[in-house]
Design a protein around this ligand. Structure first.
Ligand code: NAD
Length: 515
Protein backbone atom coordinates (compact mmCIF):
# COMPACT_ATOMS: atom_id res chain seq x y z
CA UNK A 1 0.00 0.00 0.00
CA UNK A 2 1.28 3.50 -0.78
CA UNK A 3 2.71 5.32 2.24
CA UNK A 4 0.18 8.10 1.82
CA UNK A 5 -2.81 5.75 1.96
CA UNK A 6 -1.44 3.78 4.89
CA UNK A 7 -0.83 7.00 6.84
CA UNK A 8 -4.42 8.14 6.33
CA UNK A 9 -5.75 4.72 7.33
CA UNK A 10 -3.59 4.47 10.42
CA UNK A 11 -4.64 7.93 11.65
CA UNK A 12 -8.21 6.62 11.44
CA UNK A 13 -7.26 3.42 13.30
CA UNK A 14 -7.86 1.26 10.23
CA UNK A 15 -5.47 -1.56 9.56
CA UNK A 16 -4.49 -2.24 5.96
CA UNK A 17 -2.76 -5.51 6.76
CA UNK A 18 -5.27 -7.50 8.83
CA UNK A 19 -8.83 -8.24 7.77
CA UNK A 20 -11.15 -5.65 9.27
CA UNK A 21 -14.37 -6.36 11.12
CA UNK A 22 -17.30 -5.00 9.16
CA UNK A 23 -20.01 -5.46 11.80
CA UNK A 24 -20.61 -3.34 14.89
CA UNK A 25 -23.41 -3.50 17.43
CA UNK A 26 -21.47 -2.69 20.57
CA UNK A 27 -18.83 -5.21 19.53
CA UNK A 28 -16.78 -5.45 16.37
CA UNK A 29 -16.83 -8.70 14.43
CA UNK A 30 -17.68 -10.14 10.99
CA UNK A 31 -17.52 -13.66 9.60
CA UNK A 32 -19.16 -13.19 6.20
CA UNK A 33 -17.62 -12.88 2.74
CA UNK A 34 -14.44 -10.80 2.56
CA UNK A 35 -14.82 -7.55 0.58
CA UNK A 36 -11.88 -5.66 -0.86
CA UNK A 37 -11.83 -1.89 -0.79
CA UNK A 38 -10.10 -0.76 -3.98
CA UNK A 39 -8.78 2.74 -4.68
CA UNK A 40 -10.37 3.85 -7.98
CA UNK A 41 -7.45 6.14 -8.83
CA UNK A 42 -4.67 3.56 -8.52
CA UNK A 43 -6.33 0.15 -8.40
CA UNK A 44 -4.53 -0.66 -5.13
CA UNK A 45 -6.36 -2.69 -2.50
CA UNK A 46 -6.70 -0.41 0.52
CA UNK A 47 -7.94 -3.05 2.96
CA UNK A 48 -10.03 -6.19 3.30
CA UNK A 49 -13.24 -6.31 5.26
CA UNK A 50 -15.05 -9.27 6.78
CA UNK A 51 -18.71 -8.52 6.09
CA UNK A 52 -21.78 -9.57 8.05
CA UNK A 53 -22.94 -13.17 7.67
CA UNK A 54 -26.74 -13.62 7.42
CA UNK A 55 -26.95 -14.61 11.09
CA UNK A 56 -24.82 -11.61 12.10
CA UNK A 57 -27.24 -9.29 10.29
CA UNK A 58 -30.11 -10.80 12.32
CA UNK A 59 -28.15 -10.58 15.59
CA UNK A 60 -27.28 -6.96 14.87
CA UNK A 61 -30.91 -6.15 14.09
CA UNK A 62 -31.89 -7.63 17.47
CA UNK A 63 -29.14 -5.71 19.30
CA UNK A 64 -30.19 -2.48 17.57
CA UNK A 65 -33.76 -2.93 18.79
CA UNK A 66 -32.56 -3.56 22.36
CA UNK A 67 -30.48 -0.40 22.13
CA UNK A 68 -33.51 1.58 20.94
CA UNK A 69 -35.63 0.36 23.85
CA UNK A 70 -33.01 1.75 26.22
CA UNK A 71 -32.17 4.91 24.27
CA UNK A 72 -35.75 6.12 23.72
CA UNK A 73 -35.93 7.06 27.40
CA UNK A 74 -32.92 9.38 27.24
CA UNK A 75 -34.26 12.98 27.25
CA UNK A 76 -33.95 14.70 23.87
CA UNK A 77 -31.58 17.50 25.02
CA UNK A 78 -29.28 14.85 26.50
CA UNK A 79 -29.35 13.07 23.12
CA UNK A 80 -28.40 16.41 21.60
CA UNK A 81 -25.40 16.66 23.95
CA UNK A 82 -24.19 13.24 22.75
CA UNK A 83 -24.63 14.40 19.16
CA UNK A 84 -22.60 17.52 19.97
CA UNK A 85 -19.75 15.32 21.16
CA UNK A 86 -20.00 13.23 17.99
CA UNK A 87 -19.82 16.46 15.99
CA UNK A 88 -16.61 17.42 17.79
CA UNK A 89 -15.09 13.98 17.24
CA UNK A 90 -15.93 14.08 13.51
CA UNK A 91 -14.61 17.62 13.11
CA UNK A 92 -11.31 16.58 14.73
CA UNK A 93 -10.91 13.92 12.01
CA UNK A 94 -12.29 16.04 9.14
CA UNK A 95 -9.10 16.08 7.04
CA UNK A 96 -8.28 12.39 7.42
CA UNK A 97 -11.85 11.23 6.91
CA UNK A 98 -12.09 13.52 3.86
CA UNK A 99 -8.88 12.00 2.50
CA UNK A 100 -10.30 8.51 3.05
CA UNK A 101 -13.39 9.47 1.03
CA UNK A 102 -11.02 10.50 -1.80
CA UNK A 103 -8.98 7.32 -1.54
CA UNK A 104 -11.92 4.96 -1.43
CA UNK A 105 -14.63 6.72 -3.48
CA UNK A 106 -12.39 8.74 -5.81
CA UNK A 107 -13.75 12.28 -5.44
CA UNK A 108 -11.25 15.11 -5.10
CA UNK A 109 -9.98 16.18 -1.70
CA UNK A 110 -12.02 19.38 -1.28
CA UNK A 111 -15.19 17.43 -2.02
CA UNK A 112 -14.19 14.59 0.32
CA UNK A 113 -13.57 17.05 3.14
CA UNK A 114 -16.78 18.90 2.18
CA UNK A 115 -18.71 15.70 2.68
CA UNK A 116 -17.40 15.32 6.22
CA UNK A 117 -18.22 18.99 6.82
CA UNK A 118 -21.77 18.20 5.76
CA UNK A 119 -21.96 15.55 8.49
CA UNK A 120 -20.60 18.09 10.99
CA UNK A 121 -23.21 20.63 9.85
CA UNK A 122 -26.13 18.22 10.17
CA UNK A 123 -24.91 17.29 13.67
CA UNK A 124 -25.14 21.00 14.59
CA UNK A 125 -28.62 21.03 13.15
CA UNK A 126 -29.55 17.88 15.09
CA UNK A 127 -28.23 19.38 18.34
CA UNK A 128 -30.55 22.35 17.84
CA UNK A 129 -33.43 20.09 16.88
CA UNK A 130 -33.01 18.07 20.06
CA UNK A 131 -34.50 21.05 21.91
CA UNK A 132 -37.05 21.88 19.21
CA UNK A 133 -38.71 18.63 18.11
CA UNK A 134 -41.98 19.97 19.37
CA UNK A 135 -45.48 18.59 19.12
CA UNK A 136 -48.60 20.78 19.08
CA UNK A 137 -51.55 21.65 21.23
CA UNK A 138 -54.70 21.59 19.08
CA UNK A 139 -57.93 23.37 20.03
CA UNK A 140 -60.64 20.82 20.85
CA UNK A 141 -64.30 21.37 19.96
CA UNK A 142 -65.30 19.77 23.28
CA UNK A 143 -65.28 21.78 26.52
CA UNK A 144 -62.59 20.76 29.01
CA UNK A 145 -60.66 18.84 26.35
CA UNK A 146 -57.27 19.34 24.73
CA UNK A 147 -55.63 17.51 21.89
CA UNK A 148 -51.89 17.01 21.81
CA UNK A 149 -49.92 15.94 18.77
CA UNK A 150 -47.01 14.09 20.32
CA UNK A 151 -43.74 13.08 18.62
CA UNK A 152 -42.08 10.05 20.22
CA UNK A 153 -39.04 8.08 19.08
CA UNK A 154 -39.92 5.84 16.13
CA UNK A 155 -37.79 2.72 16.61
CA UNK A 156 -35.04 1.26 14.43
CA UNK A 157 -34.03 3.19 11.31
CA UNK A 158 -32.25 1.26 8.54
CA UNK A 159 -29.93 3.39 6.43
CA UNK A 160 -28.89 1.92 3.07
CA UNK A 161 -26.45 4.17 1.28
CA UNK A 162 -24.86 4.59 -2.15
CA UNK A 163 -21.15 4.67 -2.97
CA UNK A 164 -21.00 8.27 -4.12
CA UNK A 165 -21.62 9.93 -0.76
CA UNK A 166 -20.12 7.34 1.58
CA UNK A 167 -20.20 9.66 4.63
CA UNK A 168 -22.72 12.50 4.22
CA UNK A 169 -25.84 10.47 3.35
CA UNK A 170 -25.45 8.39 6.50
CA UNK A 171 -24.81 11.62 8.42
CA UNK A 172 -28.08 13.20 7.27
CA UNK A 173 -30.02 10.20 8.51
CA UNK A 174 -28.03 9.38 11.62
CA UNK A 175 -28.08 12.91 13.10
CA UNK A 176 -31.85 13.30 12.80
CA UNK A 177 -32.51 9.72 13.87
CA UNK A 178 -30.33 10.03 16.99
CA UNK A 179 -31.83 13.39 17.95
CA UNK A 180 -35.27 11.78 17.58
CA UNK A 181 -34.32 8.99 20.00
CA UNK A 182 -33.93 6.09 17.55
CA UNK A 183 -31.26 3.48 16.94
CA UNK A 184 -29.90 3.14 13.40
CA UNK A 185 -28.50 0.19 11.49
CA UNK A 186 -26.31 1.20 8.55
CA UNK A 187 -25.74 -0.96 5.47
CA UNK A 188 -23.22 1.02 3.41
CA UNK A 189 -22.28 0.48 -0.22
CA UNK A 190 -20.21 -2.69 -0.67
CA UNK A 191 -17.48 -0.64 -2.37
CA UNK A 192 -17.01 1.95 0.41
CA UNK A 193 -16.81 -0.09 3.62
CA UNK A 194 -13.76 1.75 5.02
CA UNK A 195 -15.56 5.08 5.22
CA UNK A 196 -18.37 3.34 7.08
CA UNK A 197 -16.00 1.61 9.50
CA UNK A 198 -14.04 4.82 10.15
CA UNK A 199 -17.21 6.83 10.83
CA UNK A 200 -18.70 4.12 13.06
CA UNK A 201 -15.44 3.90 15.06
CA UNK A 202 -15.59 7.64 15.77
CA UNK A 203 -19.27 7.53 16.75
CA UNK A 204 -19.00 4.35 18.83
CA UNK A 205 -16.26 5.83 21.01
CA UNK A 206 -18.52 8.74 21.91
CA UNK A 207 -21.51 6.47 22.58
CA UNK A 208 -19.48 4.14 24.76
CA UNK A 209 -17.92 7.05 26.71
CA UNK A 210 -21.46 8.26 27.46
CA UNK A 211 -22.67 4.85 28.63
CA UNK A 212 -25.01 4.54 25.63
CA UNK A 213 -25.27 1.12 23.92
CA UNK A 214 -23.07 1.01 20.81
CA UNK A 215 -25.93 -0.58 18.87
CA UNK A 216 -27.59 2.86 18.79
CA UNK A 217 -25.29 3.21 15.73
CA UNK A 218 -24.99 -0.33 14.33
CA UNK A 219 -23.14 -1.22 11.17
CA UNK A 220 -23.48 -4.20 8.84
CA UNK A 221 -21.09 -4.18 5.90
CA UNK A 222 -22.22 -6.38 3.06
CA UNK A 223 -23.92 -6.48 -0.30
CA UNK A 224 -27.40 -6.95 -1.65
CA UNK A 225 -28.33 -9.78 0.76
CA UNK A 226 -27.49 -7.74 3.86
CA UNK A 227 -29.48 -4.84 2.40
CA UNK A 228 -32.44 -7.09 1.69
CA UNK A 229 -32.40 -8.48 5.23
CA UNK A 230 -32.60 -4.96 6.68
CA UNK A 231 -35.33 -3.94 4.23
CA UNK A 232 -37.46 -7.01 4.95
CA UNK A 233 -37.08 -6.93 8.73
CA UNK A 234 -40.40 -6.09 10.43
CA UNK A 235 -38.33 -4.64 13.30
CA UNK A 236 -37.09 -1.77 11.11
CA UNK A 237 -39.73 0.95 11.32
CA UNK A 238 -38.14 3.24 8.72
CA UNK A 239 -35.89 2.34 5.80
CA UNK A 240 -34.01 5.28 4.37
CA UNK A 241 -32.63 4.16 1.01
CA UNK A 242 -30.24 6.11 -1.21
CA UNK A 243 -29.30 4.54 -4.53
CA UNK A 244 -30.41 3.75 -8.04
CA UNK A 245 -33.97 3.87 -9.32
CA UNK A 246 -33.69 0.17 -10.19
CA UNK A 247 -32.92 -0.94 -6.62
CA UNK A 248 -35.13 1.77 -5.08
CA UNK A 249 -38.13 0.33 -6.89
CA UNK A 250 -37.50 -3.08 -5.26
CA UNK A 251 -36.81 -1.59 -1.83
CA UNK A 252 -39.89 0.66 -1.97
CA UNK A 253 -42.17 -2.25 -2.84
CA UNK A 254 -40.67 -4.52 -0.16
CA UNK A 255 -41.05 -1.96 2.61
CA UNK A 256 -44.57 -1.04 1.49
CA UNK A 257 -45.61 -4.71 1.45
CA UNK A 258 -44.93 -4.93 5.21
CA UNK A 259 -46.41 -1.45 5.87
CA UNK A 260 -43.05 0.00 6.93
CA UNK A 261 -42.03 3.61 6.36
CA UNK A 262 -39.60 4.39 3.57
CA UNK A 263 -37.56 7.36 2.37
CA UNK A 264 -36.28 6.95 -1.20
CA UNK A 265 -33.47 9.14 -2.55
CA UNK A 266 -32.92 7.80 -6.06
CA UNK A 267 -31.38 8.82 -9.37
CA UNK A 268 -31.33 12.30 -10.84
CA UNK A 269 -31.20 13.53 -14.43
CA UNK A 270 -30.72 17.20 -13.83
CA UNK A 271 -30.90 20.08 -16.28
CA UNK A 272 -29.54 23.61 -16.41
CA UNK A 273 -31.30 26.16 -18.59
CA UNK A 274 -29.40 29.20 -19.84
CA UNK A 275 -31.42 32.24 -20.87
CA UNK A 276 -30.03 34.94 -23.18
CA UNK A 277 -29.73 37.40 -20.28
CA UNK A 278 -27.75 35.00 -18.07
CA UNK A 279 -24.45 36.15 -16.60
CA UNK A 280 -22.21 33.73 -18.46
CA UNK A 281 -19.21 34.49 -16.25
CA UNK A 282 -21.18 32.75 -13.46
CA UNK A 283 -23.19 30.25 -15.48
CA UNK A 284 -20.31 28.64 -17.41
CA UNK A 285 -18.22 27.71 -14.32
CA UNK A 286 -21.36 26.56 -12.52
CA UNK A 287 -22.32 24.17 -15.33
CA UNK A 288 -18.69 23.02 -15.47
CA UNK A 289 -18.74 22.17 -11.74
CA UNK A 290 -22.21 20.60 -12.01
CA UNK A 291 -21.27 18.33 -14.90
CA UNK A 292 -17.58 17.56 -14.25
CA UNK A 293 -17.42 17.78 -10.42
CA UNK A 294 -17.24 14.36 -8.71
CA UNK A 295 -16.64 13.08 -12.27
CA UNK A 296 -20.40 13.33 -12.88
CA UNK A 297 -21.17 10.95 -10.00
CA UNK A 298 -23.47 13.09 -7.91
CA UNK A 299 -27.19 12.43 -7.85
CA UNK A 300 -27.44 16.17 -8.58
CA UNK A 301 -24.83 16.26 -11.39
CA UNK A 302 -25.82 18.35 -14.41
CA UNK A 303 -26.59 15.89 -17.22
CA UNK A 304 -28.67 18.05 -19.56
CA UNK A 305 -27.93 21.58 -20.70
CA UNK A 306 -30.53 23.65 -22.51
CA UNK A 307 -29.04 26.73 -24.16
CA UNK A 308 -30.95 29.64 -25.60
CA UNK A 309 -30.06 30.01 -29.28
CA UNK A 310 -28.67 33.54 -28.77
CA UNK A 311 -25.97 32.40 -26.33
CA UNK A 312 -25.42 28.79 -27.41
CA UNK A 313 -22.21 29.26 -29.45
CA UNK A 314 -20.58 31.53 -26.92
CA UNK A 315 -21.51 29.27 -24.00
CA UNK A 316 -20.29 26.09 -25.66
CA UNK A 317 -17.04 27.64 -26.76
CA UNK A 318 -16.25 28.80 -23.20
CA UNK A 319 -17.34 25.49 -21.68
CA UNK A 320 -15.29 23.49 -24.16
CA UNK A 321 -12.17 25.44 -23.21
CA UNK A 322 -12.67 24.57 -19.54
CA UNK A 323 -13.33 20.91 -20.35
CA UNK A 324 -10.19 20.59 -22.46
CA UNK A 325 -7.94 22.06 -19.80
CA UNK A 326 -9.37 20.15 -16.82
CA UNK A 327 -6.72 19.01 -14.34
CA UNK A 328 -7.20 15.26 -14.15
CA UNK A 329 -5.51 12.74 -11.89
CA UNK A 330 -4.78 11.98 -8.28
CA UNK A 331 -7.86 13.04 -6.29
CA UNK A 332 -5.69 13.95 -3.33
CA UNK A 333 -3.43 16.31 -5.31
CA UNK A 334 -4.11 19.98 -4.65
CA UNK A 335 -4.94 21.12 -8.18
CA UNK A 336 -6.91 18.12 -9.42
CA UNK A 337 -10.50 18.85 -10.45
CA UNK A 338 -11.35 15.54 -12.11
CA UNK A 339 -10.83 12.24 -10.31
CA UNK A 340 -11.66 8.73 -11.52
CA UNK A 341 -14.96 6.97 -11.89
CA UNK A 342 -15.62 4.71 -8.94
CA UNK A 343 -15.32 1.33 -10.68
CA UNK A 344 -14.21 -0.29 -13.91
CA UNK A 345 -17.79 -1.15 -14.76
CA UNK A 346 -18.70 2.54 -14.51
CA UNK A 347 -16.11 3.13 -17.27
CA UNK A 348 -17.87 0.53 -19.40
CA UNK A 349 -21.23 2.22 -18.85
CA UNK A 350 -19.62 5.53 -19.85
CA UNK A 351 -18.23 3.86 -23.01
CA UNK A 352 -21.62 2.41 -23.93
CA UNK A 353 -23.34 5.75 -23.44
CA UNK A 354 -20.82 7.49 -25.71
CA UNK A 355 -21.22 4.71 -28.28
CA UNK A 356 -24.98 5.19 -28.22
CA UNK A 357 -24.51 8.93 -28.81
CA UNK A 358 -22.28 8.13 -31.80
CA UNK A 359 -24.83 5.72 -33.29
CA UNK A 360 -27.45 8.49 -33.34
CA UNK A 361 -24.95 10.87 -34.96
CA UNK A 362 -24.65 13.16 -31.99
CA UNK A 363 -21.91 15.72 -32.28
CA UNK A 364 -19.32 14.85 -29.59
CA UNK A 365 -18.03 18.35 -28.95
CA UNK A 366 -15.29 17.21 -26.60
CA UNK A 367 -14.29 14.04 -24.72
CA UNK A 368 -15.70 10.60 -25.38
CA UNK A 369 -12.60 8.50 -24.60
CA UNK A 370 -10.70 7.03 -21.69
CA UNK A 371 -7.51 8.91 -20.87
CA UNK A 372 -4.41 7.33 -22.37
CA UNK A 373 -1.82 9.04 -20.15
CA UNK A 374 0.50 6.51 -18.48
CA UNK A 375 -0.07 7.80 -14.97
CA UNK A 376 -3.85 7.42 -15.38
CA UNK A 377 -3.95 3.91 -16.84
CA UNK A 378 -4.23 2.06 -13.52
CA UNK A 379 -7.30 4.11 -12.54
CA UNK A 380 -10.81 4.58 -13.94
CA UNK A 381 -10.25 7.91 -15.67
CA UNK A 382 -12.57 9.05 -18.49
CA UNK A 383 -12.72 12.30 -20.39
CA UNK A 384 -15.56 14.63 -19.48
CA UNK A 385 -17.84 14.74 -22.49
CA UNK A 386 -20.16 17.26 -24.11
CA UNK A 387 -22.54 15.92 -26.76
CA UNK A 388 -25.05 17.64 -29.00
CA UNK A 389 -27.57 14.96 -30.01
CA UNK A 390 -29.47 15.61 -33.23
CA UNK A 391 -32.93 15.10 -31.75
CA UNK A 392 -34.41 16.28 -28.49
CA UNK A 393 -36.93 13.50 -28.01
CA UNK A 394 -37.10 13.44 -24.21
CA UNK A 395 -38.36 9.85 -24.26
CA UNK A 396 -35.16 8.66 -25.92
CA UNK A 397 -32.74 6.86 -23.55
CA UNK A 398 -30.10 9.49 -24.17
CA UNK A 399 -32.25 12.07 -22.42
CA UNK A 400 -34.38 9.96 -20.10
CA UNK A 401 -31.86 7.78 -18.25
CA UNK A 402 -29.25 8.71 -15.67
CA UNK A 403 -25.74 7.73 -16.82
CA UNK A 404 -23.52 8.01 -13.75
CA UNK A 405 -20.52 9.54 -15.57
CA UNK A 406 -19.41 12.99 -16.79
CA UNK A 407 -21.52 13.18 -19.94
CA UNK A 408 -23.43 16.37 -20.65
CA UNK A 409 -26.09 16.38 -23.39
CA UNK A 410 -26.90 19.74 -24.94
CA UNK A 411 -29.93 21.06 -26.82
CA UNK A 412 -30.83 24.50 -28.13
CA UNK A 413 -34.16 26.25 -27.52
CA UNK A 414 -35.90 29.50 -28.45
CA UNK A 415 -38.56 29.89 -25.73
CA UNK A 416 -38.28 29.28 -21.97
CA UNK A 417 -41.54 27.27 -22.09
CA UNK A 418 -39.89 24.80 -24.43
CA UNK A 419 -36.89 24.38 -22.13
CA UNK A 420 -39.15 23.88 -19.09
CA UNK A 421 -41.11 21.25 -21.00
CA UNK A 422 -37.87 19.37 -21.77
CA UNK A 423 -36.72 19.80 -18.17
CA UNK A 424 -39.92 18.14 -16.92
CA UNK A 425 -40.26 15.47 -19.60
CA UNK A 426 -37.94 12.90 -17.94
CA UNK A 427 -38.94 10.34 -15.29
CA UNK A 428 -36.59 11.77 -12.65
CA UNK A 429 -37.18 14.97 -10.69
CA UNK A 430 -34.23 15.78 -8.45
CA UNK A 431 -32.47 19.05 -9.30
CA UNK A 432 -32.79 21.82 -11.87
CA UNK A 433 -31.29 25.24 -12.44
CA UNK A 434 -32.25 28.34 -14.42
CA UNK A 435 -29.80 31.13 -15.31
CA UNK A 436 -31.45 34.47 -15.91
CA UNK A 437 -31.60 38.04 -14.58
CA UNK A 438 -35.22 38.54 -15.57
CA UNK A 439 -37.62 38.24 -12.62
CA UNK A 440 -40.44 37.19 -14.96
CA UNK A 441 -38.51 34.06 -15.93
CA UNK A 442 -37.87 33.33 -12.25
CA UNK A 443 -41.60 33.52 -11.52
CA UNK A 444 -42.41 31.04 -14.28
CA UNK A 445 -39.62 28.71 -13.23
CA UNK A 446 -40.55 28.37 -9.56
CA UNK A 447 -44.34 28.54 -10.12
CA UNK A 448 -47.04 25.97 -10.98
CA UNK A 449 -45.98 25.63 -14.61
CA UNK A 450 -42.28 25.66 -13.74
CA UNK A 451 -39.74 22.98 -12.89
CA UNK A 452 -41.23 19.85 -11.35
CA UNK A 453 -38.00 18.87 -9.54
CA UNK A 454 -37.44 18.84 -5.78
CA UNK A 455 -34.61 21.36 -6.16
CA UNK A 456 -35.42 24.41 -8.30
CA UNK A 457 -32.44 26.78 -8.34
CA UNK A 458 -31.97 30.20 -9.89
CA UNK A 459 -28.44 31.33 -10.79
CA UNK A 460 -27.13 28.41 -8.75
CA UNK A 461 -26.03 25.12 -10.34
CA UNK A 462 -27.82 21.80 -9.92
CA UNK A 463 -25.39 20.36 -7.36
CA UNK A 464 -24.08 21.50 -4.01
CA UNK A 465 -27.04 21.65 -1.64
CA UNK A 466 -26.85 22.95 1.94
CA UNK A 467 -28.20 20.95 4.87
CA UNK A 468 -30.76 23.54 6.02
CA UNK A 469 -33.40 22.87 3.38
CA UNK A 470 -35.13 19.52 2.93
CA UNK A 471 -33.19 17.64 0.26
CA UNK A 472 -34.76 15.25 -2.22
CA UNK A 473 -36.51 14.72 -5.51
CA UNK A 474 -39.89 14.01 -7.03
CA UNK A 475 -41.20 11.41 -9.49
CA UNK A 476 -38.81 8.47 -10.03
CA UNK A 477 -36.27 10.12 -7.73
CA UNK A 478 -38.62 8.81 -5.05
CA UNK A 479 -40.26 11.84 -3.35
CA UNK A 480 -37.97 11.45 -0.32
CA UNK A 481 -36.85 14.39 1.82
CA UNK A 482 -33.84 14.30 4.11
CA UNK A 483 -31.69 16.66 6.10
CA UNK A 484 -33.29 20.06 6.85
CA UNK A 485 -36.79 21.50 6.55
CA UNK A 486 -39.44 19.22 8.03
CA UNK A 487 -37.48 16.02 7.27
CA UNK A 488 -37.11 15.20 11.00
CA UNK A 489 -40.86 14.63 11.26
CA UNK A 490 -40.42 11.32 9.42
CA UNK A 491 -38.09 9.95 12.10
CA UNK A 492 -40.64 10.11 14.91
CA UNK A 493 -43.87 8.30 15.76
CA UNK A 494 -46.72 10.78 15.85
CA UNK A 495 -49.72 10.32 18.07
CA UNK A 496 -52.81 12.44 18.59
CA UNK A 497 -53.70 12.38 22.30
CA UNK A 498 -57.09 13.80 23.28
CA UNK A 499 -57.16 14.65 27.00
CA UNK A 500 -60.40 15.14 28.89
CA UNK A 501 -60.06 17.09 32.13
CA UNK A 502 -63.78 17.86 32.53
CA UNK A 503 -66.58 16.09 34.45
CA UNK A 504 -68.41 15.04 31.27
CA UNK A 505 -67.53 12.78 28.36
CA UNK A 506 -69.15 14.37 25.29
CA UNK A 507 -68.67 12.80 21.87
CA UNK A 508 -67.19 14.72 18.95
CA UNK A 509 -69.43 16.20 16.23
CA UNK A 510 -72.28 16.35 18.80
CA UNK A 511 -72.99 12.63 18.36
CA UNK A 512 -75.40 11.37 20.98
CA UNK A 513 -75.19 7.77 22.26
CA UNK A 514 -77.12 7.74 25.52
CA UNK A 515 -77.78 4.30 27.01
P1 NAD B 1 -27.23 1.06 -5.90
O1 NAD B 1 -28.70 1.16 -6.08
O2 NAD B 1 -26.49 0.11 -6.75
O3 NAD B 1 -26.91 0.64 -4.38
C1 NAD B 1 -27.39 1.35 -3.27
C2 NAD B 1 -27.41 0.46 -2.04
O4 NAD B 1 -28.40 -0.56 -2.18
C3 NAD B 1 -26.11 -0.27 -1.76
O5 NAD B 1 -25.86 -0.20 -0.38
C4 NAD B 1 -26.42 -1.69 -2.22
O6 NAD B 1 -25.59 -2.66 -1.61
C5 NAD B 1 -27.85 -1.83 -1.81
N1 NAD B 1 -28.66 -2.85 -2.51
C6 NAD B 1 -28.48 -3.37 -3.76
N2 NAD B 1 -29.48 -4.23 -4.05
C7 NAD B 1 -30.31 -4.25 -2.98
C8 NAD B 1 -31.54 -4.92 -2.70
N3 NAD B 1 -32.12 -5.76 -3.57
N4 NAD B 1 -32.13 -4.68 -1.51
C9 NAD B 1 -31.58 -3.82 -0.63
N5 NAD B 1 -30.42 -3.15 -0.85
C10 NAD B 1 -29.80 -3.38 -2.00
O7 NAD B 1 -26.65 2.54 -6.04
P2 NAD B 1 -25.15 3.05 -6.20
O8 NAD B 1 -24.60 2.63 -7.51
O9 NAD B 1 -24.34 2.72 -4.98
O10 NAD B 1 -25.35 4.64 -6.18
C11 NAD B 1 -25.60 5.44 -7.28
C12 NAD B 1 -27.04 5.83 -7.36
O11 NAD B 1 -27.47 6.46 -6.16
C13 NAD B 1 -27.32 6.83 -8.47
O12 NAD B 1 -28.50 6.48 -9.14
C14 NAD B 1 -27.51 8.14 -7.71
O13 NAD B 1 -28.27 9.10 -8.39
C15 NAD B 1 -28.18 7.66 -6.48
N6 NAD B 1 -28.05 8.64 -5.41
C16 NAD B 1 -29.14 9.38 -5.08
C17 NAD B 1 -29.05 10.35 -4.10
C18 NAD B 1 -30.23 11.20 -3.73
O14 NAD B 1 -30.18 11.83 -2.68
N7 NAD B 1 -31.28 11.25 -4.52
C19 NAD B 1 -27.83 10.57 -3.44
C20 NAD B 1 -26.74 9.79 -3.79
C21 NAD B 1 -26.87 8.83 -4.79
Amino acid sequence: LSTRASEVLSRLSISSTTELSGVYDGQWRGSGVVQESVCPATGEVLARVRTASPSEVQETLAKTREAYVQFRNVPAPRRGEILRQIREALAAKREDLGALVSLEMGKIRTEGVGEVQEFVDICDYGVGLSRMMNGRLVASERPGHSILEVPNPLGVVGVLSAFNFPVAVYGWNFALSLAAGNATIWKPSPTTPLCAIAVTKIISQVLEANGVPGAVASLVCGGKEAGQAVVESPGVELVSFTGSERVGRIVGQNVASRFGKVILELGGNNASIIMPDADLSLAVPAVYFGAVGTAGQRCTSTRRLYLHRDVADEFLSRLKTLYRSVAVGDPLAKDTLLGPLHTGSACEIYGQAVEKLRTVDADIITGGERYQRDDLKAGNFVQPTIALPKSVNPKDDIWSTEVFAPILNVAIFDELEQAIEWNNAVPQGLSSSLWTRDIRNVGKWIGPAGSDAGIVNVNVGTSGAEIGAAFGGNKSTGWGRESGGDAWKQYVRWSAATLNFSDAAPLAQGVSFTP
